[in-house]
Design a protein around this ligand. Structure first.
Ligand code: FAD
Length: 447
């Protein structure tokens, strides 16, 4: 039997798992990468529609240490993203470490700090630890309305190609990026397209002055100034959302994940997308809206987001509040050693620039954990670290925090030695319990 007790298991070979794998290799940390699908790329392999282009721009999405090809446009297609990820894996020789068609079913902490990993098919392996990179855009979240819609009822995740919309009266529910992308597709090929938006969103153009919006404002500009600048630009370029029949935004820019879409307002003004208020109920093929109006549709697309979930961990082991995973240092738990949960935050722009330094920090945490007796998450907690209050991540702030953490993390070693005597019994008591029997906090893991 293969002895895996000195290797980490990386779950998932999407963009996050690949960045982590590359850092592990470069730091000389032994690992195996377990991927349920038959190829790498995650969402960019199996999870987006064929006509998708990134919403974040090329420069704010490419890995910090691996630029996208010069001939790529500012907003590469899904296929270009996949090719890019494949070339990243080739450049850093990641493929030989990936076990495809290997789905992780359960991970359980062992008393000595290692982890038992059970695969589909029943095989059980013991790894030194687990790095969870399973993504957060797959567990579909549906809205809950009275009545039943008897036409085609799908989630945005089920939308794969425009043929699905041709000649249909489509209602898209939601105001986020997927909702707007899909509404624009339906405006082009569908018979009609309505979009039901229950709150005011900031619909931001993808480019301003010929530059992708995410690249326009340098990271050092304070968020307040960024907001002001964007509001001025929007007032000139867009005007008031009410002039498009859309509700006025009910929050400040960046307080919700921004919707970047240059087509929605265009198609609204061309009468190809009709804004509607919240859905009140379904009556067969009819949808009744909150303002009392109703219409008949052939297809309803719920672009209503995703749950953050970890089906291969005991329920509640990772506490989740809404969409926010309550992790210390962005990836650890105070109760268990050698578990790192990565990529749960919703970055305002793309994944790449942050993932490169984040993956290096995870390697630093793993090396520090090797010199500690207590879980590093517990040491972080005792040192005053707090779990995030929101899943939305300001990339510039996160970058600054990571630069700082690189130099301050080694100080945790001294702290841990001081804490050992006091916290050893409590840490051992946690491990003595079977995590499958622990009742999750009823306040948490509610969506
Ligand atoms: C329509 C759409 C548009 C998007 N546009 C952008 C964009 O413009 N910019 C951007 O930065 N992001 C965008 N995203 C977000 C996208 O999810 C990220 O770009 C990126 O794919 C996240 O990487 P990940 O590795 O965390 O997750 P994923 O890409 O979801 O990869 C997770 C991997 O883990 C594997 N896995 C899951 N569970 C298991 C298991 N139990 N055992 C083994 N393997 C498992 C999956 O098969 C998958 O390969 C978009 C998402 C969608 C849906």
């Amino acid at each position: 039997m293969v002895d895996r007790s000195t290797r980490m298991a990386v779950i998932g070979a999407g963009p996050v798992g690949l960045a982590v794998a590359k850092a592990l290799l470069q730091h000389g940390i032994a690992y195996e990468q377990l991927e349920a699908d038959d190829d790498l790329g995650g969402n960019w392999y199996h999870g987006v529609y064929e006509t998708a282009h990134i919403i974040s721009s090329r420069k704010t999405t490419e890995y910090a240490d691996f630029p996208m090809p010069d001939n790529y446009p500012d907003f590469p297609s899904a296929q270009q993203m996949l090719d890019y990820l494949a070339s990243y894996a080739a450049a850093f020789k990641l493929r030989p470490h990936i076990q495809f068609r290997t789905k992780v079913m359960m991970c359980l902490p062992l008393a000595d700090g290692r982890w038992e990993v059970e695969l589909a098919g029943g095989e059980k392996r013991v790894y030194k630890g687990v790095i969870v990179c399973n993504g957060h855009h797959w567990d579909k979240r549906y809205p809950d309305y009275a009545g039943r819609f008897t036409g085609e009822y799908i989630h945005s995740k089920d939308y794969k190609h425009p043929q699905q919309l041709v000649n249909k009266r489509v209602l898209v529910i939601g105001g986020g990026n997927s909702a707007c992308d899909l509404a624009a597709e339906a405006a082009r090929v569908g018979l009609s397209c309505d979009i039901s938006i229950r709150r005011g969103y900031w619909f931001l153009p993808k480019t301003v002055f010929g530059v992708p919006l995410p690249e326009m404002v340098p990271g050092w500009v304070p968020v307040r100034a960024q907001r002001l600048l964007l509001r001025i630009i929007l007032r000139v370029v867009v005007g008031r959302y009410e002039n498009y029949g859309l509700p006025k935004p009910d929050h400040r820019i960046f307080e919700a994940h921004p919707t970047l879409n240059s087509e929605i307002l265009h198609y609204v003004k061309h009468g190809r997308i009709r804004p509607r208020p919240a859905v009140d109920r379904f009556e067969g093929r009819h949808v009744v809206f909150a303002d009392g109006t109703s219409d008949e549709f052939d297809m309803v697309v719920c672009a209503t987001g995703f749950h953050l979930s970890f089906p291969f961990l005991p329920p509640g082991l990772v506490p989740v509040k809404g969409s926010n995973a309550l992790l210390y240092g962005g990836c650890t738990l105070p109760d268990y050693k050698n578990l790192y949960v990565v990529g749960t935050a919703q970055v305002r722009y793309g994944f790449g620039p942050l993932m490169t330094p984040a993956a290096a920090l995870i390697c630093q945490l793993i090396n520090l954990q090797d010199q500690m007796e207590l879980p590093i998450g517990l040491v972080l907690k005792e040192s005053g670290a707090k779990p995030p209050t929101t899943h939305l991540l300001d990339p510039h702030r996160a970058m600054r925090q990571m630069k700082f953490a690189k130099y301050t993390l080694p100080l945790l070693l001294r702290k841990e030695r001081k804490l050992r005597k006091r916290l050893r019994p409590a840490a051992a008591a946690v491990l003595a319990k079977d995590p499958r029997t622990v009742q999750p906090d009823p306040e948490l893991n509610v969506f």
